[in-house]
Design a protein around this ligand. Sequence first.
Ligand SMILES: [Zn+2]
Length: 166
Amino acid sequence: MKAVDLLPFCAKYGSRMLLQQPFTVGERTYATDARVLVRVNRIAGVYLVNVTNSGWNAIKFQACLAMVAPLPTDIAVALPDAIPEVLEACDVCDGNGLRNGEPCPNCEGAGHFEQHHPIDVGGTSYAGYHLRRLAALPDLAFYPRHGTDEPAYFTFTRGDGILMPL
Ligand SMILES: [Zn+2]
């Protein structure tokens, strides 16, 4: 079975350097950009975090893990069939992806960023940016939390995670 690609769920260049790669704690491997968190069974070779020390990183990671406590899985709501990609031009390279003849460091040469525009799922708004990535997960079941600021919970083949509402 093909492993789930965790990189789309990591923080992007220029933000939260600590979260730009997946990391392993105990028997699970995680990816998060601080809005979405995805976890799967441990992937060998992924950076291992020692959460038993008291360093700053360990404290941050502990906070992430505490959020994936068991959450309600009562009513799964299907994501919309087509979630549009809404792009915004990079203002460092004016959308052409190049800076001094090299790939633009701000947008990694893409020339644009995907906006976090709101999409309603089960009465709560989530970023289309994140929903489009979740929709690619195998056998996704998404459990919105209507009427709270709490994260939605989701499961997929061999993994689960949480997504903050907008
Ligand atoms: Zn750029």
